[in-house]
Design a protein around this ligand. Sequence first.
Ligand SMILES: Cc1cc2nc3c(=O)[nH]c(=O)nc-3n(C[C@H](O)[C@H](O)[C@H](O)COP(=O)(O)OP(=O)(O)OC[C@H]3O[C@@H](n4cnc5c(N)ncnc54)[C@H](O)[C@@H]3O)c2cc1C
Length: 461
Amino acid sequence: MKRGFYDVVISGAGVSGLGLAALLKKSPLFKSRSVLVLDRTLPNILPAMDPKEEGGNRSEKSRPYSNRIYALNESSLEVLQRTGAWEVVCDEYRHWPAYRMVTLDSKSPSGFTSFPSSSLESDERIEKPVAHFLESEVIVSSLLKVIQDSPHKVTDTVSMNKNEITGIQRNQSSIQLTLEGGQTIETSLLVGAEGYKSNVRKLAKMKCYQHEYHHHALVGTLSVECSDGNRAAWQRFLPSGPIASLPLNRDTASLVLFAEKSNLDELITKTESEIVEQLNAYWSEDYGDNFQFTGALKILSRGLNGITGSPEAEEPKPPMIRSVDKSTLATFPVGFGHASHYVQPNIALIGDAAHRIHPLAGQGANLSLLDCEVLSTQVEEALGKGENPGKYSSLLEYERKAQKHNLTTQLFCDLIYRMYGTNSAPVVALRSLASIGVNNLEMVNKSLVHWASSGKNAYKT
Ligand SMILES: Cc1cc2nc3c(=O)[nH]c(=O)nc-3n(C[C@H](O)[C@H](O)[C@H](O)COP(=O)(O)OP(=O)(O)OC[C@H]3O[C@@H](n4cnc5c(N)ncnc54)[C@H](O)[C@@H]3O)c2cc1C
């Protein structure tokens, strides 16, 4: 091996960068190959949680929850299982499965949807979780553990370095990188995984369409009271933007509130009890007084119940917020981004560097982990044929598969955001009709559950 040469260099040690590094490390083809992960701030590994702490149940709280919570779907779980990181999550950290996702429309009581539509109380109809909720730092720590826990330290595939790339230069079949501090290294494949402000994307002059949504997201940890053991994720669409409650354990949930930044900043300055009162009002207040079609929609819903034989559904009751941990409240900008190309010869983008999505459906990290799977497969295929891992035709295959699925998901979330961002009566009627259909038509409901809990099939063509 040439000094200063790495088969793959990954810039960014977030979910996508570490996900790809962990997958490559697992590959037999990388036994004698090298991967370098660079990040300007290397993440820490969380200490393992003591199972004896809370009656042996790590899903309960033995340390405060962080405010960055991800809803991982079945496909992401499979990727983490393949790397060995999911075992670390289960053995050393915590996660919380949810069996139902409920969305409510504050402009229309008939406009709620439930995925799956079965009642939470009827345990026999609950098959498998629709999502697993866990902290971003748990995913990162578990991936770091499988990357670093190597019995063969001398021949370790993955090394990590706190550094940033300041320049790139193309050679015939490789890229030469200049790092901060002046050091130069060379690689067959440079991967940009630095999030939506990707450095590699800029250095390689790869075009990216971007826009910011007009609101920010406020996140934080809530103490909640609910009747279903907190096994559902909730979202209510308000005229000011959606509010979500993501379950973390029986009585703890993570808040995501989308609104204009000035309104969120003002809310944070209030006392804890004022914040709790305001948040509970967001979950219960009726904003539908200008809506003419409520009665007609109820009749339609009853009619459909009669045809399909399903029981008449009442608008579900979301958890009641008891308290909020003010120290965990923080705001994030929310935007849309789409790189017109994910690849160039010897260069690839993954995760938010390639696509930024509105977080209302919790799909960003899921798309990122699927990118890792598809790109690692292409790299392995190229190496298996004795080719360069950065071979353009092979990278184009990754782009083709990933872009199709990612863009469809991004546009779907954008459409939902726009459909629920208006108070126009015909649009409210339209989305209420869609909700009634989703609740009553089993096939539609099942397809949507499948879409939300697994994105994998879309990649298979
Ligand atoms: C409020 C909110 C809620 C969300 N909820 C969900 C959810 O429930 N489910 C879900 O799937 N997704 C969710 N997302 C999306 C999710 O956070 C992202 O899609 C995901 O973090 C992307 O991972 P990434 O590794 O591509 O980028 P990042 O997580 O942003 O990681 C980028 C890494 O690159 C490093 N870096 C940055 N610049 C440089 C540089 N110049 N040089 C070297 N290193 C650099 C950073 O330090 C970081 O470690 C949410 C997003 C927001 C804003």
